[in-house]
Design a protein around this ligand. Structure first.
Ligand code: ZN
Length: 215
């Protein structure tokens, strides 16, 4: 997740004229609109994806090379690029930041978090890998797999991450994962969790899930 202020465009990307906020009757809200060609410039939330990659009882984290939270640890994450699926974006960010390869088809949905105060939606997927070899890209200073006892708890990138990682380790110990819907804003955070054991067994098998789609 990002704590940088969101940059706001000043000029129209169609005609170059200045933008200003105006009331759009049809939408019943103010929007950024062009003073020349009248084009409306929509500002919708950005989608951020991350991964919880485990090897045995260890979880993959990387240490951020750049702001925000430079020098601090986080699961691999980043913004979706154009024309990507959620899973492709998550696999790409994981590889770019840690050198760890995961098949997008092997990623299982784990968390969806609403971050309305920074205008972002954050999704995480989980997957397991067989080996702990890492190779950092330019976005990371280091990457490593950690047991729960080894996690750098005092050097995590975001305050909300502490409880989230503890919950993830509890799930890993019990081998019973949920799907979690979170909400983080200035007033705090909340989370609703869904455990789906009956359909989970089926959905966790990619082959079965694909077959189900064809039924
Ligand atoms: Zn314009």
């Amino acid at each position: 997740m990002s704590d940088q202020p969101r940059l706001q465009a000043k000029f129209c990307t169609h005609c170059g004229a200045p933008l200003q906020r105006r009331w759009v009757e049809a939408d019943q809200r103010e929007r950024l609109a062009c003073t020349g060609c009248a084009a409306v410039h929509y500002q919708n939330p950005k989608v951020l994806v991350g991964t919880m990659i485990t090897c045995g009882s260890r979880l993959l984290l990387c240490r951020r090379a750049h702001a925000p939270a430079a020098g601090l640890w986080t699961p691999p994450s980043g913004f979706m690029e154009e024309n990507e699926t959620l899973e492709q974006a998550a696999a790409r960010e994981t590889f770019e930041e840690t050198g760890v390869t995961v098949d997008p088809d092997d990623l299982i949905l784990h968390t969806i978090a609403n971050l309305p105060f920074i205008n972002e939606v954050y999704l995480t997927f989980r997957a397991t890998v067989e080996q702990t070899q890492v190779e950092c890209g330019p976005e990371s200073l280091e990457a490593a797999f950690f047991d729960q006892q080894e996690i750098p708890w005092d050097a995590l990138a975001y305050p909300a991450m502490n409880g989230f990682l503890r919950m993830f380790f509890r799930e890993m110990m019990s081998n019973r994962f949920g799907v979690h819907l979170g909400h983080v804003d200035q007033n705090g955070k909340s989370r609703r969790s869904y455990h789906l054991p009956a359909i989970g067994e089926k959905a966790y098998s990619v082959g079965a899930a694909k077959a189900a789609l064809n039924e």
